[in-house]
Design a protein around this ligand. Sequence first.
Ligand code: GDP
Length: 199
Amino acid sequence: LFSGRIEFIKSAPSLKFLPDPDVPEIAFAGRSNVGKSSLLNALTGRKSIARTSVTPGRTQELNFFEVGDPTVMQLVDMPGYGFAKAPPAVTEQWRKLVRDFLRGRVVLKRVLLLIDARHGIKDVDNDMMRMLDEAAVGYRVVLTKADKIKAEELEKVTAETIAAARKRTAAYPEVLVTSSEKKMGIEELRAAVLADSEI
Ligand code: GDP
């Protein structure tokens, strides 16, 4: 499926601009710089389907990609969060967009919450998890940039992340470990996205 048609369809800076809710959606969320664009590119096997934002924290839009011909699912690139220099108004706008989307999007099947394996779960990630729990949107935690740390460190972070996810009501109990750079965990990620779109 991911080697076939994948097409960017639109950016939605507010809910008015959302595409029609016709097919199941899987959304990707995470802190700015977590490696979300790289993972979307690795998942879809494209070089630059998802653009790396030039100024972190500036893009406050939901980006939609159609997958399949005919379209069987949509991928949603959610705006990154946790950019230290973001003015409060920008953070507030982000919160409103994300919260309203999570609460109101009936076709949203699952969110993939990306966590940088070097850093583990931070306060801003816990905020995001709380929003997901409150919106009752199921999510999977995905560790990114696994190639950047040593095997024993990765094992420790993975165990800690699984333990944290298990405490959350809406979190899927397993954690996917990935590296876009080394193409690690990408097949597992594809399988998870496909399975989640079919629930
Ligand atoms: P985004 O802001 O979440 O979309 O993050 P990007 O995908 O733009 O990645 C941020 C930075 O991390 C870039 O410099 C990427 O090259 C780097 N990066 C992303 N994924 C990986 C990975 O799996 N391994 C390594 N070593 N670097 C990565």
